[in-house]
Write a protein that binds this ligand. Structure first.
Ligand code: 5AD
Ligand code: FES
Length: 346
């Protein structure tokens, strides 16, 4: 197994069978070896810098009904909200003061925000903060819509593929959503010129080792600039309320593999990772992650954007969040930097 990790570290690629064996035979000792290699690669390209993204969750209305998601349209217990353009710009102002140079606008698939409205919000942010990057995370849209938002100034787009296995995809989503469309969106985003992020939940219901290998091979093929992975965490008002959560251990192991497969990738230590374990995000960084995405949404809506139960950072002020993260990152020998934090690939 050590040989497989060495091969991954030097060739940045493994076969289906090798990945399968590595995941199935993982243990604590192998994980430590993997993380050591992952840190070496990460430090080579990014030093000890940790990039910050200010996450603005601007709407929790969603037309979709993903079985895992707490803001799915069938959840009548969700307390719905939308932020105005001014509220979003206020979040950016607070964030800019705190040193954020990337703003991530994330929301459910909410028809209220037409392409015109979104383009106006994006271009306003870009003209006010020309030194900042804008990342969008708005779900599936047409090529033309993606293009319009790109032309309005959006730099990056996050759209997790959720699972690269079509059969598994259909167990997580109602049949109107398909893996094929999801993949097409990702390729469209790339073609338009976005820095693109895909990703998946670790330990989602019905996920097998085979699914994970397919996820890793898909990521290798897509060559995204960013990969977001975090444990699945059940939400009480969803069809998956009684399913088991993904583990810290497997999430960290996969972070290590992804760092070695794509040495330059921007890899967040996600909020979900911080939710399942008090030191989750620190451990994520030590396994190869190099990005954190603290919440910049107004305090009064934070506890409404609940994709899963017990989500962290729903109470703190943004500023406190920034300081608390600073302490956490420094405690393990890394530092939060004031930077757009672009991908250093090519
Ligand atoms: N647990 C963990 N992650 C979730 N997401 C949605 N619901 C959950 C959940 N219950 C993730 C999805 C989505 C991202 C915004 O949040 O992967 O793409
Ligand atoms: Fe909103 Fe899945 S529930 S996109």
């Amino acid at each position: 197994m050590i040989k497989i990790i060495d091969k991954l570290a030097t060739e940045h690629n493994l076969s289906y069978d090798e990945l399968h064996r590595l995941i199935e035979h993982r243990n604590e000792e192998l994980a430590e070896y993997l993380f050591e290699k992952a840190r070496q690669v990460r430090i080579l390209h990014y030093g000890h810098d940790v990039y910050m993204r200010g996450l603005i969750e601007f709407t929790n209305y969603c037309r979709n009904d993903c079985y895992y998601c707490g803001i799915r349209k069938s959840n009548c217990n969700a307390d719905r909200y939308r932020l105005t353009k001014d509220q979003i710009l206020d979040c950016c102002a607070v964030g800019y003061e705190l040193g954020f140079r990337t703003f991530v606008l994330q929301g459910g698939e909410d028809g209220y925000y037409t392409d015109e409205i979104m383009a106006d919000i994006v271009s306003s942010i870009k003209s006010k903060y020309p030194d900042c990057a804008v990342t969008l995370s708005l779900g599936e849209k047409s090529y033309e819509s993606y293009k319009m938002l790109y032309e309005a100034g959006a730099d990056r787009y996050l759209l997790r593929h959720e699972t690269a296995n079509a059969d598994h995809y259909s167990k997580l989503h109602p049949s109107i959503l398909s893996l094929e469309t999801r993949k097409q969106c990702l390729y469209n985003l790339k073609e338009i010129g976005y820095q693109v992020g895909c990703g998946f939940m670790v330990g989602s219901p019905f996920q097998t080792t085979e699914c994970l290998v397919e996820d890793l091979l898909f990521i290798k093929e897509l060559q995204p600039h960013m990969v977001g992975i975090g444990p699945f965490i059940p939400h009480k008002d969803t069809p998956f309320a009684d399913k088991t959560a993904g583990t810290l251990e497997l999430t960290l192991f996969l972070l290590g593999i992804i760092r070695l497969m794509l040495p330059f990738v921007l890899l967040p230590a996600t909020t979900a990772l911080g939710t399942i374990h008090p030191k989750g995000r620190e451990l994520g960084i030590l396994a190869g992650a190099n990005v954190v995405m603290p919440n910049l949404s107004p305090t009064d809506v934070r506890n409404k954007y609940l994709l899963y139960d017990n989500k962290i950072c729903t109470g703190d002020e943004a500023a406190e969040c920034r300081m608390c993260l600073n302490r956490r990152v420094e405690s393990i020998g890394y530092k939060l930097v004031v930077s757009r934090g672009d991908c250093k690939m090519r």
